[in-house]
Design a binder for this molecule. Structure first.
Ligand SMILES: Cc1ncc(COP(=O)(O)O)c(C=O)c1O
Length: 430
């Protein structure tokens, strides 16, 4: 595989961009530290690098590309919006229609506010929960990524609840001291914490299906009990559905699992590949948002015509074509085949799947929380990642991410990926 041009570009990237990447997740440091490949373009389920190599893409740009790259309807919508002016600084029909569609599609989303990123959506929804309840504490879960706002960068602790230890330099203790991080899928710890300090808790924030320690599903009854305990404490339940909304069906994961939160944070798919986020939920809570109420939140680029139009076009295709059953089937076929190959090659793995997303953990133990996810073998994943890349399969460069099957994948691509995995496992045994 020729990678000369990729390496030349990445040398330039390293000189001009801190670490060569504009988001650390794009670097290959977690998979051995080779320079990441520099991509030229995406088409359907394929990525093409600057040397002309082609890859079957399971990254989906970390989730947004549920229709694959450059879907013609999304591209046309974006081009038309660009021609009308990508930014107006006023209300406009595309953002209004996107908001209406989100409210129609997502149960419990009575009103919405569009933002530019998922980070902003989460940051704002926490401010709103605090404004509404008049309380400061926030319960989140270890290993869960909710964007890079100061308060959300709390270390995933082990053992006792971790209160206020930042994972990043530059985050003042004052910002994180009210953030409590608990193990996911551990109901008794949640119950105990709410017993002790429930009347100080503004919200319990979680992904209903976790995408950020690899895919981790909630255990049966866990979310229902979380909702009950949260409400008993007078706190709000907030679902971060930046990854999960419109990933598994046309709507939220909360709706799919029949647990409806008070508030949502959204992002990724709703922008169709352009920058977008949103938060919203109960109308009585949204009444606190300025200019209606005293919770201030704003954004020059929020709800811009370009992102709104590509988001709307993506949702229209999803609604009209319902690709979800097919995506689920392909993901299931791929996951099942990869699992059985690993077994045949004597490589211990665990696989967690939710619909069209799954994570292959290199380890024999079930993964139900961050502690168990961390047990997955980093070196083995790095090896697998490199071999798959050489086979023309692009996986996210971290053992804590998902493989996403999109509407653009087909049976032939899945078969090619299975053959690639067979050879990769074979090389790992050698
Ligand atoms: C669950 C979740 N919340 C929030 C975010 C932050 O979104 P963004 O990267 O658009 O700021 C992410 C990003 O990966 C995410 O996965």
């Amino acid at each position: 595989m020729k990678t000369t041009q990729s390496h030349e570009w990445f040398d330039r990237a390293n000189a001009a961009i801190a670490g060569g990447v504009n988001s650390p997740a794009r670097s290959f440091r977690a998979v051995g530290g080779d320079p990441p490949l520099v991509m030229d373009r995406g088409e359907g389920a394929y990525l093409f690098d600057v040397d002309g190599n082609r890859y079957i893409d399971y990254l989906a740009a970390f989730g947004p590309l549920v229709l694959g790259h450059s879907h013609p309807r999304v591209t046309r919508a974006g081009e038309a919006a660009l021609a009308r002016g990508p930014l107006l600084g006023t209300p406009h029909p595309d953002e209004i229609q996107l908001a209406e569609e989100l409210v129609r599609a997502i149960k419990g989303l009575e009103q919405v506010r569009l933002t530019t990123t998922g980070t902003e959506a989460v940051m704002s929804v926490i401010r709103l929960a605090r404004a509404f309840t008049g309380r400061n504490r926030v319960i989140k879960f270890e290993g869960a990524y909710h964007g890079h706002s100061d308060a959300m960068l709390v270390r995933a602790g082990s053992g006792a609840s971790t209160v206020g230890t930042a994972d990043s330099l530059g985050v003042p203790g004052g910002v994180t001291q009210d953030i409590i991080s608990l193990p996911y899928n551990d109901l008794s710890r949640l119950e105990q914490t709410l017993d002790e300090m429930g009347d100080e808790v503004a919200c319990v924030l979680t992904e209903p299906i976790v995408g950020n320690m690899g895919i981790v599903n909630p255990e049966p009854g866990y979310l229902e009990a979380m909702a009950r305990l949260t409400h008993q404490a007078g706190a709000l339940l907030v679902f971060d559905e930046v990854i999960t909304a419109f990933r598994f069906h046309y709507g939220s994961a909360g709706d799919l699992l029949d647990v409806i939160p008070d508030l949502y944070a959204l992002g990724k798919i709703i922008g169709g590949g352009l920058p977008a986020g949103a938060y919203g939920g109960r109308r009585d809570i949204m009444a606190y948002v300025a200019p209606l109420g005293g919770m201030f939140q704003a954004g020059t680029l929020a709800g811009n015509p370009l992102s709104s139009s590509t988001g709307l076009a993506t949702l229209a295709v999803l609604r009209e074509e319902n690709p979800y059953p097919r995506m689920d089937r392909l993901a299931n076929d791929l996951a099942t085949a990869v699992l059985s190959l690993a077994k045949r090659h004597g490589i211990p793995v665990t696989l967690n799947r939710a619909g069209s997303g799954f994570t292959l953990f290199f380890g024999a133990e079930p993964v139900k929380d961050y502690t168990s996810a961390q047990m997955a073998d980093k070196a083995r994943f790095a090896e697998f990642h490199r071999y798959m890349l050489e086979e023309g399969v692009y996986l996210a460069p971290s053992r804590f991410e998902a493989w996403f099957v999109s509407a653009a994948h087909d049976v032939a691509m899945i078969e090619k990926t299975v053959e690639a995995a067979d050879r990769a496992f074979q090389r790992m045994r050698a």
